[in-house]
Each structure stands twice: as C-alpha cells, then as structure tokens.
Design a protein around this ligand. Structure first.
Ligand code: PMP
Length: 374
C-alpha cells in the first residue's frame, strides 16, 4: 500500500484562498480601461510605485501614501532595504529572531551582513539577550516578523514591542518589521504595529514590509515598504536603476482589487477558511505531541514544535520521510550562529493548506518518528 505523503513543507496559500476569478475580472476591467498606460513604461523619475496603488495601500494601513513604496513582492523589499540600509557600513551586523525566515537571512548575507540570532521566546525576542548584544555592538538593523511569525507562529507581545521600539530610539538602530501574516488573525486582539509605536517615540526608526501575497495573491508579486517620510523617495533611485518600476499591469490590478473591497472580502473568507484548520492543528499538536509547541498561535499559517530527539536532525528527517512526511529542515530557519535548544529538533508545521484529518495524521506520524528517535 502506498502511503500518501503529508506535506508539512511550504508556507504557500492554498488555492481556495486566492480569489482568482475576481482578480481575473479586475484584470479585464483594467485592460479595457487603460491598455495604453499598463503596456507602456511607467513614468520615469524617482519611482515609488503606482500612485493609485500607493493611495489604496495608504488607506489600508491608515498612513500617508507618500510613505508607501511598492516592490515586486516583499522579498524584493527586503533585498532593496538590505542594500540601502547596509550601504555605508563596514562589516555590518544584522540581528534576527532565532528561528526566522530563512530567505531573509540569505538576502542579508548576500549584502555582506554578519547575521546573528537572538533567541525567540513564546512572546517575541529575548530582550535580555538583545540588550546585552546592544551594549557590545549596535546592529545596522534588527529584523523581526512580529505577527504569527514564519516559521514559529509567535506573535510579539505589546510590552516587548514597546521595549523594542524604545531600544531602537536609545541605541539608534532601525527595525525592519515584516508583516505578511498580520491580517490573518483568527482570535485575540492585535498588538500595536511597531511602525505605529515608532511614530510616537522620538528617535525610533521602523521600516514596515508588507505584502499582498497572503491576503490576495502571491502571483501579483505586490510587496511594499511603509517608512517614515522620505524613506520611499530614498529607495526610488536604487529601485529604478535595477528594474525601472514594478509591472504597471499588476499594480493596477492590485489597486483595483483594493479599491473595490476585494482584499477585505477575501480576508474575511481566508480567515473563515483557515480558522478551523488552525484550531484542529493546535488541538492535534496538544493531544498527540504534548506541550512541545513554542506558542499557541492566534493566526497565520504556522504552529511549530521543539521535539526532543536523540538522533541527529538528518537521520530524524530521513526516518520521517520514510513514514510519509515532507518536512522542512528546522535548522535552516536558524542563522549560522544559532541552533534549536540542544536535544531537540525544531519543526515548522504549516496548517493553512491541510484539512484537519490530514494534519492530525501528519502529527501522528511525527509522534511515531519522534518516539523512534528518543
Ligand atoms: N516575509 C515572510 C516572513 C514570508 O513568510 C514571506 C513568504 N513566505 C515573504 C516575506 C515573501 O513574500 P512575498 O515576496 O510573496 O511578498
């Protein structure tokens, strides 16, 4: 009998979370209304993104559109910000949560940063460790994913957010706040965005990185930066020298989707779609694996565990694979100077694309693999 593999691997939106038919309609409407504009180069000169899209994103986040800068997906925002923020620093250091989003670490390293991990607790960065680090060296920036973090599911608490922003002002470092999952909250109340806290904290500097990938469509490749006044304009020349502008057609479609309420409508739908998957995932982990999870997430795509194992990670993953489990290597989410607590394997368990029975079956297989490795 062949065993169906359970995929605890990629964190991509399930197809039923992408309103393809409605996006197609908006695309047709854009093509009918302004083909000349969207098939021509965007106007050149300090390009910060499609004006209408920046206005819509400004409205969505209640900020002045002049503070919004549009990119091809938020990964490109990370790349541009890394290039810009690290440009004049010799041997720059960047601090990240450990674990964190692996692609971000690769980008920062590619721009010459020494990337160092600060342990992530159930409610955000370990601030005692951060303060100690800051006393030795002030980093070029600290990169955090404060809501339903990829890969752990952790949300940074209100207290920690306030203290992090205060430290940014005290020591003069920038915070990069990456928020692709922020709107996917299924329960509880949202803490204050770091960018908003910075507005009322003299000397603090926060650059917020947003994305339409998880709320509308990743294929549109619409990401953006919200920064203090002047920040988008400072990025414009660099962006223009690399790709002139993001694709006018895709930006116009995204702007129309926002203007017509499709994003808000889809968000409601995605929350309803994912909430039962989330609840079932939390229940399955609790019942089958016990209290090994880092936190109980209140939204997003991920729950994560630190499973006690005696074997090395590689043998554990091989044995799990033989049992029909596709897992992402947990150590890949840690920067080079960090690792999961000794004697444990870190595992990210994305629940967004699995139905409850499938997730529960995956967790049972995980428990069996863990027993063999204990
Ligand atoms: N940041 C984080 C934390 C992510 O999880 C992802 C996608 N999984 C991205 C950025 C990139 O998203 P995109 O480029 O599609 O906007």
């Amino acid at each position: 009998m062949t065993v169906q593999t359970v995929h605890f691997s990629r964190g991509i939106p399930p197809l039923d979370a992408i309103p393809s038919a409605a996006i197609a309609e908006h695309t047709s409407a854009v093509l009918a209304a302004e083909p000349d504009r969207v098939f021509q180069y965007a106007p050149i000169g300090r390009h910060t993104g499609d004006q209408e899209l920046r206005e819509q994103l400004g409205k969505f986040h209640s900020v002045d559109p002049d503070r919004v800068f549009v990119t091809n997906g938020s990964l490109q925002a990370l790349d541009l910000l890394a290039a810009h923020e690290l440009r004049d620093t010799v041997a720059p250091e960047v601090l990240v949560e450990a674990p964190t989003y692996d692609r971000a670490v690769q980008i920062f390293e590619r721009h010459g940063a020494q990337v160092s991990g600060v342990p992530l607790r159930h409610d955000g960065l370990d601030l005692d460790v951060l303060r100690e680090r800051l006393r030795t060296k002030v980093p070029a920036f600290v990169y955090v994913i404060p809501d339903f973090q990829n890969p752990s599911g952790v949300t940074t608490s209100e207290d920690k957010r306030r203290e992090l922003v205060r430290l940014s002002a005290e020591y003069g470092f920038t915070i990069l706040e990456d928020i692709p999952y922020r709107e996917l909250r299924f329960s509880g109340t949202a803490p204050t965005p770091l960018g908003e806290l910075a507005e009322s904290t003299d000397g603090a500097r926060v650059l917020t990185i947003g994305s339409l990938s998880k709320v509308l469509s990743p294929g549109l490749r619409v990401g953006y930066v919200i920064g203090p006044p002047g920040a988008p304009q400072a990025l414009a020349a660099l962006a223009e020298s690399i790709y002139l502008s993001p694709a006018p057609l895709l930006q116009a479609v995204a702007a129309r989707a926002l203007a017509n309420g499709l994003v808000q409508e889809n968000l409601e739908h995605v929350r309803q779609l994912l909430r039962p998957r989330h609840d079932a995932a939390v229940e399955a982990v609790r019942q089958t694996l016990g209290e090994v999870h880092l936190c109980v997430p209140e939204g997003g795509y991920y729950i994560s565990v630190h499973l006690p194992i005696r074997t090395d990670e590689e043998s554990f993953l091989t044995s799990a694979r033989n049992d029909g489990l596709a897992l992402t290597r947990g150590s890949a989410f840690y920067p080079a100077d960090s690792a999961p607590p000794s004697g444990t394997a870190f595992l990210r368990l994305p629940f967004q694309a699995l139905d409850p029975e499938e997730f529960a079956e995956g967790v049972r297989r995980l428990a069996a693999a863990a027993r063999r490795a204990a």
